[in-house]
Design a binder for this molecule. Structure first.
Ligand code: GFB
Length: 317
């Protein structure tokens, strides 16, 4: 057990959905939380990152900052997804080591695994086959990040660990229809259709791919749990243990929103990987389990969307 009591913890990326959830979760611990928006330190600027870390001297760093997006954004902006994520990771991880940060938690993604990995996907499936082309750029950046943590651990003996969350959703998500992930996109489309008195919902792709979803508050809880209970070279999967087809997800979202009608499939849009259900065995063996069901999580996220439509990220760059 690694105590967080009295520790100064820098949460990089606190304005994103995951970083904000981590801050909410850490507020329940007796620790000092350090945050900094892009106006204070641009994580793509190595000199700025080094100066910031030298000034604040955190004990622990949680690297939740990333350029993220759904299937279309990943496919459309490969250079941004590869470059921005690589440079943020290298700056923060090297910068942390330089100022003597004792523990660091890096966040990856389930898309690091091969497109046709065995299901549920064990941690050991990493680098055993080709990646899903729609998000290989983001995946390669995330693989580099987790390997950088492993390399610093191997060469310098520091306790830098990595968690690989599955597809996340929840309050603070991005509801931009071109750039978001599937849950906020379908929720917004269903809501706007209902408002307009329309029926039916258009779903990208065939509806057949399966995805595993985890509420972001469960993810934040698992990340804090890992910081407290895990030290090791291997990354650890963070999932819900269940997956659904996109068509079933769409029907559940229509139900939550209260939209009637049929699903229409826009097959000009990509399906992406057919399935990416991760094995949660390692995390379960450590003693962590999710607590928010998909149904409850979707209802809570829709309630958040209704309360925050004016400020929700309906359009972001
Ligand atoms: O959530 P999503 O964009 O990301 O798409 P991925 C999941 C599935 O939902 C795909 C379908 O099969 C989409 O075609 N889908 C249906 C939709 N309707 C929509 C819609 O209106 N919007 C969106 N966005 N999807 C991402 C990766 O992959 O997952 C990232 O690109 C990252 O790198 C993230 O790993 C967690 O699950 O396909």
């Amino acid at each position: 057990m690694h105590t967080l009591t009295g520790k100064k913890i820098f949460v990089a990326g606190h304005r994103g959905m995951v970083g904000a959830a981590i801050v909410r979760r850490l507020e329940g611990e007796d620790c000092e939380i350090v945050t900094a928006g892009r106006d204070i330190v641009d994580l793509r600027d190595q000199a700025a990152v080094r100066a910031f870390l030298a000034d604040r001297k955190p004990d622990i760093v949680i690297l939740a900052a990333a350029k993220v997006g759904g299937i279309l954004a990943n496919d459309t902006y490969p250079a941004d997804f590869l470059y921005d994520n690589l440079i943020m990771e290298t700056n923060v991880i090297e910068g942390a080591f330089r100022v003597g940060v004792e523990r660091l938690l890096f966040l990856g993604s389930s898309c690091i695994y091969p497109k046709h990995a065995p299901q549920p996907i064990p941690e050991g499936a990493l680098l055993t086959g080709p990646l899903e082309p729609t998000n290989e750029w983001y995946a390669i950046a995330k693989i580099a990040g987790l390997k950088l943590c492993e390399a610093y651990r191997k060469q310098h003996g520091v306790d830098y660990i990595s968690g690989m969350p599955t597809n996340l959703y929840g309050p603070g998500d991005n509801f931009d229809l071109e750039k978001s992930h599937v849950i906020p996109a379908l929720m917004r489309k269903a809501h706007e259709a209902k408002q307009a008195g329309e029926t039916g919902l258009t779903v990208w792709g065939s509806g057949a791919p399966r995805r595993e979803f985890l509420h972001v508050d469960d993810c934040a809880d698992a990340l804090v749990f890992l910081l407290q209970n895990y030290s090791g070279a291997s990354h650890v999967n963070i999932g819900s243990g269940n997956d659904v087809t996109i068509a079933d997800l769409a029907r559940e979202i229509m139900d939550v929103v209260g939209l009637e009608g049929a699903l229409h499939f826009d097959r000009s849009k990509p399906d992406g990987t057919p399935r990416k259900l991760m094995s949660n065995d390692r995390l379960a063996a450590l003693g962590w389990r999710p607590s928010i069901t998909l149904g409850d999580g979707l209802r809570a996220t829709y309630a958040w969307f209704l309360d925050n439509q004016a400020t929700a990220r309906l359009k972001v760059s």
